[in-house]
Design a protein around this ligand. Structure first.
Ligand code: AOF
Ligand code: ZN
Length: 347
């Protein structure tokens, strides 16, 4: 059965509801229950691990029997396991729900399989509605589940001729104020922010997320990677969170450690050595390139060696969005499909 316009709108609403929940060990999930003629019966969302799942939260707002024949719109496949709470697929079946539309499959080995269970009970099920938006909302959680590491965004700013600095090393500022404000908003959305020790020594970044001089409400945990010591008076020591220092070049070990600390999203800020190392290691789920209409020439390239020596090895990207920011342009990209088989979706 095709997803109709009412169901589509309800999924947009379910995504808004999902975003009300906290990010954590459980995904953010939203649910809307529709009557057979398309009226909204109830809304629900997951309030965090240990609390009812979104579907059950919505069902709990209805009198017994009131969901009979209803359609449940959910941002994630209803679970099929007893964890901290019981299986949502069963709760929906028992409530007499006739149809389920969801956005994303639950990747869990134990929790997945809800769609099959629902179909087995005669419920009509449609998957994939607004999957891209649902994926964007919980990409950190999904990456943690699938790969055991944070979702990684590698960001850099560059001149139109691909340089990250002038030949004397000065790089403040290549991009304009709109692009820099955009970076701060995106920093604020990440659990952690990583730089190489070279960048700490050269630029002494604060690694905070700011709006002008004010700190944004959510601050990413600062991470410094590299074997040289961080000076005791470095600005990063004044960050609201104590920094994490990794005296290693093994980025898989770093990301596994961050995963063990519950960090689900990592924003890699530079410089060129670290950005290149993440890309070379197959550890970039998303790339943000801020392009400024300026020419710098010289040898301070935005990326160094990423393990590409011939055009056949080029890392192809798919651009999700080109975002104009003042006179600059942001490319938001992810690895093209042909790269995915090698790296499970990362560069
Ligand atoms: C759903 N609806 O709202 C959520 C789901 O141990 P628990 O009970 O906290 O279950 C956690 C797992 O359930 C989580 O890893 C994910 O697979 C699924 N989350 N499922 O049907 C929801 N939050
Ligand atoms: Zn559930």
């Amino acid at each position: 059965m095709a997803v109709n316009e009412t169901e589509r709108q309800a999924m947009s609403r379910a995504l808004e509801l999902a975003a009300l929940g906290p990010r954590g060990v459980n995904p953010q999930v939203g649910a809307v229950l529709l009557s057979p003629d398309g009226e909204v019966l109830a809304e629900g969302w997951h309030h965090g691990a240990g609390t009812p799942h979104a579907e059950v939260d919505a069902l709990s707002k209805l009198a017994p029997g009131a969901a009979r024949g209803a359609t449940a719109i959910v941002t994630l496949e209803p679970c099929n396991h007893t964890g901290r709470t019981g299986p949502c697929a069963v709760a929906l079946i028992e409530a007499g729900v006739a149809r389920v539309v969801y956005a994303l499959d639950d990747p869990g080995a134990a929790s997945g399989g809800g769609a099959e269970r629902l179909r087995g009970a005669g419920v009509s099920v449609d998957a994939g509605e607004q999957a891209t938006a649902a994926h964007a909302l919980i990409d950190g959680w999904l990456t943690a589940q699938r790969l055991g590491r944070p979702h990684i965004t590698v960001k850099w700013a560059q001149s139109l001729d691909g340089r990250a600095a002038a030949s004397d090393g000065s790089s403040q500022w290549i991009t304009g104020p709109a692009a820099r404000a955009d970076v701060h908003q995106r920093r604020s959305a990440a659990d952690a922010i990583a730089v190489g020790i070279g960048t700490v020594l050269a630029d002494d970044p604060a690694l905070t997320a700011r709006d002008g001089d004010a700190l944004l409400p959510h601050q990413p945990i600062p991470v410094v990677i590299g074997s040289r010591p961080t000076p005791t008076d470095a600005a990063v020591h004044r960050h609201p969170h104590p920094p994490l220092f990794f005296d290693t070049h093994d980025l898989h070990a770093v990301t596994a450690d961050l995963h063990a600390r519950g960090i689900q999203s990592l924003f890699v800020e530079g410089g060129p050595t670290l950005a290149s190392a993440f890309i070379a290691a197959g550890l970039a789920d998303r790339v943000l390139v801020y392009l400024a209409p300026v020419l710098l020439g010289g040898d301070r390239l935005a990326l160094t060696d990423i393990g590409v020596s011939s055009i056949a090895q080029a890392r192809r990207l798919t651009v999700d969005e080109w975002v104009p920011l003042g006179t600059d342009l942001l490319a938001i990209a992810h690895p093209a499909i042909e790269d995915r088989s090698q790296n499970e979706g990362a560069l």
